[in-house]
Write a protein that binds this ligand. Sequence first.
Ligand code: FAD
Length: 833
Amino acid sequence: MIITVSFLGEESIRVKYMVDFPTSARVVIIGGGAVGVSCLYHLAKSGWTDSVLLEKNELTAGSTWHAAGNVPTFSASWAIMNMQRYSTELYRNLSTEVDYPMNYHVTGSIRLAHTSNRMKEFERARGMGLNQGMDLNVVGPSELKDRYPFLETHDLAGGLLDPNDGDIDPAQLTQALAKGARDLGAKILRFCPAVGVDRKNNEWIIKTEKGEIRAEYVVNAAGYYAQTVGEWFKPFGGRTVPMMVMSHQYLLTDEITELKEWAEESGSKLPLLRDVDSSYYLRQEKNGLNLGPYEGNCKAHWEKPSDPMPDDFSFQLYPDDLERLEWHIEDAMARVPILGKAGISKVINGPIPYAPDGNPLIGPMPGVPNAFEACVFTFGIAQGGGAGKVLAEWLVEGSTEWDMWSCDPRRFTDYCDHSHCVEKGMEVYGHEYAMHFPHHSWPAGRNKKLSPNHHRILKLGGQMGVYNGWERANWFAKSGDDTSEESTQTWSRLGPWEKRVKEECEAVRDAVGVLDLPGFSRFHLSGNGCSNWLENLIAGALPKIGKMNLAYFSDHRGRVVTEFSVMRYGQDDFTLITAASAQWHDYELLKAQLPLEGSISLEDLSRDYSTLIVTGPESRLLLKQFTSADLEQPWLSLQRTTVNFFEVDLARVSFAGELGWEIHTENKNIEPIYKELLDAGAKPFGMFALNSLRIEKGYKTWKGDLSTDYSLFESGLDRFVRLDKQQNFPGKAALLVEKQQGIKKKSVTLLLDLTECDAPYMATLWKDNKIVGEVTSGCWGYRVGKSIALAMLHQEFAVPGQKLEVDVFGLRVAAVVQENQATWDSQNKRITA
Ligand SMILES: Cc1cc2nc3c(=O)[nH]c(=O)nc-3n(C[C@H](O)[C@H](O)[C@H](O)COP(=O)(O)OP(=O)(O)OC[C@H]3O[C@@H](n4cnc5c(N)ncnc54)[C@H](O)[C@@H]3O)c2cc1C
């Protein structure tokens, strides 16, 4: 078949391209933007050359063609930073690697800080960057002026220098990746829209206007059309893709004489400037400037039935809307006065898709076999390279080198309806460069899932946070406490919550506390043979009947995929409980491995049941008033009983590390039980207190301390691994090898010298001026009166008493490796009392 196409570009050229329409492929990718083509290139590089990409128009026709092309490495997220760093490394060599000329200017960048809080954010990013091998630097105002002579610095606190930042021509990038993919044997069909999918005999059939392609795997890389494409997968278990579309504008100026002269004289280009506190980027484009604000008074598109997304918006833009940007233009002119010396030559106003947290969707499509997503990118040029690598690893290896939970499509569950997506997308866009403080909860898109106790908790002063859509109290304020959002804009632990969290922890230590915990992910597993089936999947052993224990799933490399609390009621009768956010991840994990035939049944009961944690030395006395259960039964025992005459499962366990029980019961019972416990004297406590209590005890959380970045042995889970069991569970071979060769990193607990802030996630550990590990969670321990960090430390330094330093927002804080993971009750006397 001969297809004649016209390219868009600086010159219009006509190309004749011969393509044989493929009727089968291993993978079909829908969408030919920077991301889809990068996926194709990486698949081909991994040897999966039998891959086909479908593009409804010309490559880049979606968001890619008009992107500003900025390629930062900065991110507050470890995973996103990994992806962006990889992109810069890829792009540096791509032109040579695939023999395609490309404009990629590595100019470096400057992020400006107006405040000391912002400087702290930069310091944290600097530490993370150094740990990833990048030379980020935090500097004062005078050095900024040296690097950027046109900058007004009088009111600045300083800035962050990123030598790897720069800009790339997005169309050339896409074409280079396309050439590389084609040269390796992958196929690209342009002007070939996918129009639907079907599934027969365990194969996908991707329908196009030119015929059908059978494929083992399909990838939705359709950019802002991803929701439309996603609808086709609903008959096969899919959901509405959680996204919305924002309009984003940048403007280009005419040539600026001063800039031209400076560029000619210095022979260089200005570093890319981001004034993150004023929310815009400013980049040299030829001898003019490119200004791109993320404005608070932003605009969503195509979110109402009266304004539907057009079937085809290829190579189109929205009308200019400069009024929205007025404040930012004036602010930028004050910051870089030469900006005011030239007129505006062009405005680009185009669509960007947003997921509710602003991160893309990369990974398995929830509910659908052999279908993946690589879509909804707000920074698809900067992240495209890394995203291609990640997606190819998902397909080829079944897991990714870096833990990618922050981009995993399964992180959004049933609460992400249209209004939630629109509200969150607007919020994220309007705060694109905002700092994410540890005690702050973003206000948009809230109250999606409420505990039956919600109103009582609000009356008690509950300050709410959101966990997989569920509202839970973070702490309980008293009359007169400052509960404003402004008060949470700090990295310090010393906010208005501090006093109350301390009181809550002390109540749990000295008396008894109760925590309302709606939304645990909860699966009922039953049917003949399910215990054998489960035993084949977990690294350790199942509990005996009437007991509970922890069970871990590993990937083929021996890394931690998930953690279940397993409650066993009968030979083949279990409830599996996991983190709220793990709901779809873990359900899919189990469902994907269920035997097609047989009587094993798996039910997701997460919405129907709830949990109360009752814990503290007086918890037995308290519960005795409401139950006839045997409260002398040991740690990890499980009883079906009644509390306050309601049927419950009572588990002798406490994540807070005190004598305690979890009460699991149907939602309808939870309110009267909670009320009775409060009336009988239990003090309500919140998630901030729980976090502090569990860190003191060395208890780990999923996707905080436990992730696919580390193996089970590295994570200190040795006692949950049975290498001598006969079952060949996933990862067993890798763990056997690791056992012989030794681990690279080891999970340790550190006690830190006193500072105002606790160690944030991924704070770097230093020994003799070398990075030797990173923090996975940190908090003040009110029972031990110290700042504590759980961390992953290079094995050779993981000895009790080892002295280190932890970079806490730029401050090197002395720390000591502890003998035990638990800094509180290391002999477990209190929990077993
Ligand atoms: C003004 C502006 C400036 C930006 N600046 C930057 C920047 O500086 N840096 C940065 O990283 N990001 C930037 N972005 C964001 C960036 O443009 C996007 O994140 C990126 O282009 C997304 O790439 P993609 O491949 O996921 O999607 P797209 O480029 O939208 O590609 C999706 C493709 O899928 C195709 N498609 C859709 N449906 C079908 C179908 N049924 N069959 C076949 N094909 C289909 C479309 O035609 C399209 O080509 C900017 C965006 C805007 C609007």
